[in-house]
Design a protein. Structure first.
Length: 374
């Protein structure tokens, strides 16, 4: 294998760079950009920590993907006995699943989480297994759910980065975004026999703290401390901040200001750059016994990355490819790997593919080519 380093120069940004985020109160924290999932700032971002009601981000996604918004949920005695913070659901009360999601995300009701879990999963345990499996599917492999509401459990934990990964996925769901950005609502939203009226109001102060804020979820338990996951979008960049484990007298406010500091740092210092366009030619490679002696290699995906003005000048492309390809060559062949490299860190990797199919020479064509070589 031959390693080819291609230097790339980009136009410098004039955005001023702030060296540090500042002191955070959280035990674990992370700032990522949603599209690339690049870590822009981190404190113990891969450490397993209790995450309190930020758990409900996954509860909502599993419910949205496995239930129907119009489903009627009948509240069990188990759900009705869940500890505060609660909606004070009554045994036998009926609410639509879509309406309960507002209770779950706007006011973080624990009885609502149990009712949702039992309805969608058949039991709390089965629903938590669904949550954990979904986390694994998303690549959040250091996360395990024991409760759907975030109450403490020995096997209930995540990491700041995993929560950011889960949130990045959740923010791709339009209904999820609609729910977390609703300031207030009364349920049932439509008349329903056996239902009771509940007035809900968002408890998320972050929505008014940062321009472009769009959620996401607060949390608190005595074991987890004050926790918060926040997101904001400005121009073409969406940033996600996670702060877990704020303790002390001012922790309730710091969970917000930690995320605010990180996100403002991100918007002040980073800009989105399109490094590779879809179908952009990145390299050539020789073909043996083909009707074309060389074929171009292209990326099938666009690579967009958040970078500072200093980083723009030092980004490199590292392409790993064989010396040659042997015909026939299919355009769906993963022929080479391109790494986007900053210093010694690989920010992202993509496959490169032949721009077109290359057919193999016939036996007669091979003989003619051989004779012509003399």
């Amino acid at each position: 294998m031959k390693l080819l380093i291609i230097l790339m120069s980009l136009i410098m940004s004039t955005v001023p760079v702030m060296a540090k985020v500042g002191t955070l109160g959280a035990k674990g924290a992370v700032l990522v950009e949603q599209e690339s999932m690049r870590v822009l700032h981190g404190v113990n971002e891969y450490d397993k920590l209790p995450m309190a009601s930020t758990t409900k981000i996954m509860t909502a996604i599993v419910a949205l993907e496995n239930g129907k918004l119009e489903d009627v949920v009948t509240v069990s005695a188990t759900a009705a006995k869940a500890p505060p913070v609660d909606l004070k659901l009554q045994t036998g009360e009926k609410q639509r699943l879509g309406d309960l999601l507002y209770s779950l995300m706007l006011e973080s009701h624990n009885d609502t989480a149990i009712a949702i879990a039992e309805h969608v999963g058949g039991s709390v345990e089965a629903f938590c297994d669904m949550m954990t499996q979904k986390a694994i599917d998303l690549g959040a492999t250091n996360t395990k759910f024991e409760t759907p509401n975030g109450l403490d459990g020995d096997q209930h934990y995540s990491t700041p980065y995993d929560l950011a990964l889960i949130t990045a996925y959740a923010l791709e769901n339009p209904k999820f975004i609609e729910i977390i950005n609703t300031p207030n609502i009364s349920i049932p939203t439509e008349p329903l026999e056996g239902s009771r009226r509940h007035d809900l109001q968002s408890k998320n102060r972050f929505l008014h703290m940062v321009e472009g804020a769009n959620g996401v979820k607060t949390g608190y338990t005595s074991k987890a401390g004050h926790c918060f996951v926040g997101s904001a979008k400005q121009d073409d960049m969406t940033l996600i901040g996670v702060a877990l484990g704020n303790f002390g007298s001012s922790a309730k406010s710091k969970k917000y200001t930690d995320v605010q500091k990180m996100i403002q740092h991100g918007f002040n210092n980073y800009k989105m750059y399109t490094l590779i366009d879809t179908d952009q030619v990145m390299e050539n490679i020789n073909v043996v016994d083909g009707r074309k002696e060389q074929v171009k290699l292209v990326s099938k995906e666009q690579v967009v990355m958040p970078l500072t003005s200093e980083e723009v000048d030092t980004v490199k492309f590292s392409i790993t490819k064989p010396d040659e390809l042997i015909a026939p060559v299919d355009k769906d062949l993963q022929a080479a790997r391109l790494d986007v490299v900053l210093d010694t860190a690989v920010l992202q990797s993509v496959w490169l593919y032949p721009e077109q199919d290359v057919k193999e020479l016939s036996l007669l064509e091979k003989v003619k080519k051989y004779l012509n070589s003399f």
